[in-house]
Design a protein around this ligand. Structure first.
Ligand SMILES: Nc1ncnc2c1ncn2[C@@H]1O[C@H](COP(=O)(O)OP(=O)(O)O)[C@@H](O)[C@H]1O
Ligand SMILES: [Mg+2]
Length: 225
């Protein structure tokens, strides 16, 4: 089973796009690949339940068949830090429902791509960090670096913290979110020199980025011939 936890240098920097592109890349290799958004804050009431945009995008990008509730066990209404959003919904994010949902998804898949919330150190609850979840799920981490001014520090801090949390950093993916960013290639060179993991690919800037097309930009080392 190929499984990764996708984190990022921040919120709004390309985690969902990269996760969907990864799902298409995995499916392109003939694998049954499912996406997961264990914890999502910011949901709309659709067809009798709270649903989140990211989770729906991951569901659409993955092999059909996964039920929404398994894909997104914590669908919190308000677009807030999970701890606050959960409190507003009268609940708390805990590990057990996520581990159970993940096991159900994994039973029918060859590959799993779980998208995190915000940046790496965004807490899931008063007592739960994303590192605790990733440790429990036993997943390697892929860091999405949103290419914009300031990303070097965010990328290096994230990589350092992931490793300090005792988790493997399997790779990183750059997404060119800010079209106004200058010296993109030089920044990519600096990231390649400094990040302690291989680059799985660069998603160029596009007005309407298409995860199907972007799948071809990714090299997944687990799949290397
Ligand atoms: N390479 C890119 N080119 C153009 N727009 C991008 C790119 N990467 C991300 N975006 C846009 O930035 C926004 C945030 O991306 P998203 O994948 O939702 O980030 P996250 O999951 O980290 O919050 C989206 O509107 C997305 O389309
Ligand atoms: Mg997202």
């Amino acid at each position: 089973m190929i499984a990764v936890y996708v984190t990022g240098t921040d919120t709004g920097i390309g985690k969902t796009l990269a996760s969907c592109a990864l799902l298409h890349a995995l499916r392109g290799r003939g694998l049954r690949a499912v996406g997961m958004k264990p914890v999502a804050s910011g949901c709309a009431w659709i067809d009798g339940g709270w649903k989140n945009e990211d989770a729906l995008a991951l569901q659409a990008a993955g092999t059909p068949g996964a039920t929404y509730a398994d894909l997104n066990p914590f669908a919190l209404e308000h677009p807030l830090a999970p701890e606050l959003a959960a409190r507003d919904s009268g609940t708390e994010v805990t590990l057990e429902p996520i581990l159970a949902a993940c096991a159900r998804l994994a039973a029918h898949a060859d590959a799993l791509v779980a998208e995190g919330v915000g940046g790496w150190s965004a807490p899931l609850s008063r007592t739960l960090m994303q590192a605790d979840l990733v440790r429990a799920l036993k997943l390697p981490v892929v860091l999405v670096v949103g290419l914009r001014l300031g990303c070097l520090s965010h990328a290096l801090l994230s990589a350092r913290t992931i490793l300090a949390d005792g988790l493997p950093l399997a790779g990183w993916i750059a997404s060119h979110v800010d079209p106004a960013m200058q010296r993109v290639e030089d920044n990519l060179t600096m990231l390649r020199q400094r990040l302690p993991a291989p680059c799985w690919g660069v998603l160029p800037h596009a007005q309407h980025p298409d995860p199907v097309q972007l799948a071809s930009r990714l090299q997944i080392p687990f799949l290397a011939e």
